[in-house]
Design a protein around this ligand. Structure first.
Ligand code: G3P
Length: 217
């Protein structure tokens, strides 16, 4: 399973990269705004900064919602750096744009996926990744993990190469359950990644090992 961090925060990206297990970064307009990055030039510079910090894919989202605008923006983003994956919303013009990018060899991440039908359409258009938002489904009393299971089944039935990028991850159990189902990638906050490493018996065991070592010296 690939681990992406879902943030535009440079310090958190550095910390995740430092762990040695980071495979990529996803961002979205809300995450960019949260870091106070505004204006087209600053946004592009920020993407470049992120690309220079990590070795894997960096998803950069278009703002346009019409086909021509998505193509124009996507090409600018793709030309910025070879690690950029153009993030396109699941709307009819987005599907058409994903098909265009796929034929041009430009990687895409189809975002705002909330149903298996949407994921199927994105895969048919040639998306590199689909991003089902499991946390936001959980927020409205719908089991987000069921969506991951359905997409896994459909993609396996037809051997689609599109990768399932489980997004809107909120906690370590989301990551573990997505791994059990076989999501190809998860993107989540640093806190959920770090939480995977925690266990009270590890802390107690380590404390005892160190205390016993001190006794013997
Ligand atoms: O990558 C999509 C993700 O950022 C959405 O997460 O927590 O805003 O639902 P969240």
């Amino acid at each position: 399973m690939k681990f992406f961090i879902d943030t535009a925060n440079i310090e958190q990206i550095k910390q995740a990269e430092h762990l040695g297990i980071l495979d990529g970064v996803t961002t979205n307009p809300s995450l960019m705004a949260k870091e106070g990055v505004t204006g087209n030039n600053n946004i592009l510079k920020h993407y470049l900064k992120i690309c220079n910090l990590v070795t894997g894919d960096v998803s950069a989202e278009v703002i346009s919602v019409d086909y021509d605008g998505i193509i124009k923006e996507g090409e600018i983003l793709a030309n910025l750096h070879k690690q950029i994956v153009v993030k396109v919303p699941m709307i009819p013009d987005g599907i058409k744009a994903i098909k265009y990018f796929s034929e041009k060899g430009i990687k895409t991440n189809c975002t705002l996926i909330f149903s298996s039908g949407q994921a199927l359409l994105a895969a048919k258009a040639g998306a590199t990744y689909v991003s089902p938002f499991i946390g936001r489904l959980d927020d409205v009393s719908t089991d987000g993990l069921v969506l991951i299971e359905e997409i896994r089944l459909i993609f396996d039935n037809y051997a689609f190469e599109t990768e399932i990028l489980a997004a809107s991850i909120r906690n370590p159990m989301h990551i573990i359950n997505c791994a059990k189902i076989g999501a190809d990638v998860m993107t989540g906050p640093l806190s959920a990644i770090i939480a995977l490493s925690k266990h009270p018996l590890t802390d107690i065991g380590l404390e005892k090992f160190l205390a016993d070592h001190r006794k013997g010296n």
